[in-house]
Design a protein around this ligand. Sequence first.
Ligand SMILES: [Zn+2]
Length: 448
Amino acid sequence: MRLFWCVLTLALLLAGSASAADGLRIAAFRCDATPPFGEPMVWDVPLERIETPLLAKGIVLEDNGTRYVLVSFDWCIIGNESELAFRELLARAAKTDPTHVAVQTIHQHDAPYADAGAWRLLEKAPNPRPHLSAKFMSDLNRRLTRAVEQAVRYLEPFDSVGCGEAKVERVASERRLKGPDGKIAVTRGSEGAKNPKHAEMPEGDIDAMVKTISFARGEKVLVRLHYYATHPQTVSCTGGATADFVGMARETLEQDEEVIQIYFTGCSGNVTTGKYNDTTPEARNGLAERLRDGMMAAISATRFTPAKRLVWRTESVLLPIRKDAEFAEQSRGWLNDPKAAPGLRIYRGAMRLASIDRANRPFALTSLQIGNVHIVNLPGEPMLEFQKFAQHCKPKAFVAVAGYGDGGSAYICTDAAFQEGGYEPSASNLAPGGEQVVKTAIRRLLGE
Ligand SMILES: [Zn+2]
């Protein structure tokens, strides 16, 4: 792998003289974002083994000197001020503005979470739970800065963008299975297939297509971005570090094709691998193979069109973060209860309070348009309905949606989901009404 990246760098060095669309350039970067042993992973399990390194993989795009950055971390959640801090850091390294940077996570669960405001609250709580160390964060920031500065030095022209999609067989399945009364009867979590009855239930509402966007100069493909909607974890909180089956699919494809592959998790708030995952290594390998097959089919289906210019849109959006006394009090109770489970203390305690504390600081929703290709970058854990809405807004365009940007919102649910009940609305930091706010932003991000 190291050799591939060295060869790639050399190829980029030699690429300067190629003809390309006016001023369009691209560079990829990759940075190891695995914490050292002993650092807490979701939620406070010390890291004791590395199954796969956790990477931050991204691209810097340039159009006539203006730069944009897309990055996908093999982390669980990056929220609130940590999300802003990463955007600021990447912007400095790429010499652009933080509003031109989109930071997403793939959201697997043997991985760290980052929320510096929540960490400060945890430090003050009784029997405080550990969080990622300042030493690791500053080491990572240095590595990430170096990776992006290096990439920018080797920006190379591109002249076409390809898009292709293909069905992924037997990976995603709906988490919210309704009873005859329309209420949620079964929550089929990521490990759903441990219960044979849940494995037998239908896939339900999913988006089975993996969407792949490729950047090329002439015949040479430079980078591919893949978008697929499902929670990507086959296991959770085991003390290992793994980019899970989506990372396995991505990295084997990268090795085979010798083209940089970056994976983004779509709107998967209510989508998991539950129907197909019983947590065995066989199940994980099968999911990785079938996702990789889908990615390869999307690559085969790819058609290129000339790239002319980039259009980047930013929507600064005030999401309706719950601030009511009941919500805040309950969150404080969980944070300060030394006997409460780490997930409650951290996710429903400290992180919720950090979201309340951000007060009226808006969320940055962004999009990138290149001709008929649109990439929409959303915060939190949006339900699948938001991805389908974006695609429905532009039926003739190729619309790829990434979720898992700023985690401060937690789940982003439809208003109907609050009526139906189930897990997701209970794990949201937003009040009902968020649906319209996000949909209005999506429309604008698509240039409507
Ligand atoms: Zn989730």
